[in-house]
Design a protein around this ligand. Structure first.
Ligand SMILES: [Cu+2]
Length: 395
């Protein structure tokens, strides 16, 4: 029995050894073709995605793109030359054709000098690319010192972007739009876009209010880390109008994915109109907040709900239940139903070393509305009404 078994297995292994390994070339080629066609179809269907980088929207971005194209052309040419040579050699010099290897190649002129000539050629091409890259990098780093450069301070926050137009005092707060309202543009659209004009140099001053973020819009090319406590610069001169979408490119916590950036590039005329609108809105909001008017609870609750949902709900949730243990619930929380002073204090001053930052940049009316809302929403029902005057006093 044992003997028979051994015998049998011997036969199997020997028959395996005698089967020649076959490479099914037509099949491999057709699978590869299918794969390529498949990939191309995918890129046609998802119109926003292409094979190449997106078309740049400005000068430096264009130069970076051009270097990419140059490099791609050089590598493609090299690929074709090398593979043509390999396939030619394999096909015409194969053994079955009776080809005899030339034993004296190394004695020929080319055989002796090829190892010098080829690397020198390669180095020459490399130096050309490196030279171009170097001059573009210089351009990226050396922010032009133009009289009327437009300064935009870009501050990363957990998890939204703040854009301050330093010359006009305009502030844009940019937050993602929840899935129900954004449809196909989920995580690609924001409530307030970064509006920029064409034809003028723009300097971005990058910083962060909390952790590392990174500002990245592919059509604007330069990706820059936002570092708390530091200010770094990039610049661009935009040359075409359009809407360009990017995102935070540095892992920054729970909702890193909820920090899209949407840049809307418009003509200088349109930009001037937009700037005036923003200034007027800001003045109106300040005027409203500075009156000594006493607000009714309903007015404060209505204002507070909208503000709470844009600014606080990312962490404390629209339901007030938070996401413990990281983000505490405000429904029934000791602070939200306890003494008003402590509640106002944590909202104005934040809590050091936690994601709860100081919200003092909001005006008295906004803060009064939010605190009133938190003290009465979600069955907190304290009945407390906080007026702008109370906030003014607490500051
Ligand atoms: Cu971020």
């Amino acid at each position: 029995m044992n003997h028979h078994h051994t015998d049998n297995s011997k036969q199997t292994s020997s028959s395996l050894l005698h089967t020649p390994a076959r490479v099914n070339l037509p099949r491999i080629i057709s699978s590869l073709l299918l794969l390529v066609i498949g990939l191309m179809t995918v890129s046609v269907v998802q119109a926003e995605y292409g094979i190449n980088f997106p078309q740049p929207a400005g000068e430096v971005a264009q130069e970076i793109y051009d270097i990419h194209m140059l490099t791609m052309r050089v590598t493609t040419a090299l690929l074709i030359i090398v593979f043509a040579f390999v396939f030619y050699s394999l096909y015409f010099h194969r053994k079955s054709r009776g080809y005899k290897a030339d034993q004296n190649f190394h004695k020929s002129w080319f055989g002796q000098w090829a190892w010098v000539i080829v690397p020198v050629l390669v180095l020459g091409v490399d130096m050309t690319i490196a030279g171009k890259a170097n001059s573009v990098l210089k351009k990226v780093w050396e922010v032009p010192d133009d009289e009327n450069i437009l300064d935009v301070k870009v501050t990363g926050h957990q998890w939204w972007w703040e854009f301050d137009y330093l010359d006009s005092g305009i502030k844009v707060e940019s937050r993602y739009i929840p899935e129900e309202q954004s449809g196909d543009l989920y995580l690609r659209e924001v409530d307030n876009r970064l509006v920029l004009p064409t034809g003028i140099k723009i300097r971005f001053l990058h910083t962060s209010a909390d952790v590392l973020h990174a500002f990245w819009v592919p059509e604007l090319a330069v990706k820059k880390d936002a570092i708390p406590g530091y200010i770094t610069e990039t610049w661009i001169e935009l040359d075409r109008e359009g809407v360009f979408r990017g995102q935070c490119a540095e892992l920054c916590g729970t909702w890193h994915s909820r920090m899209p950036i949407v840049v809307e590039v418009v003509s200088p005329q349109r930009f001037a109109v937009w700037s005036e609108e923003q200034k007027a809105l800001k003045l109106a909001a300040e005027a409203e907040a500075s009156t000594d008017k006493v607000w009714s609870k309903d007015e404060l609750m209505a204002k507070g709900k909208t503000l709470y949902e844009t600014k606080c709900a990312a962490c404390h949730q629209a339901t007030g239940l938070g996401l413990p243990p990281a983000f505490p619930a405000l429904k029934g929380s000791a602070i939200a139903i306890g003494p008003i002073a402590a509640h106002i204090d944590i909202v104005i001053n934040g809590k050091q070393g936690t994601p709860m930052v100081a919200w003092s940049s909001m005006n008295d009316l906004e803060l009064a509305a939010i605190v009133t809302y938190e003290r009465n929403a979600w069955d907190n029902n304290t009945g407390d009404v906080v007026q702008p005057a109370d906030i003014k006093q607490a500051r």
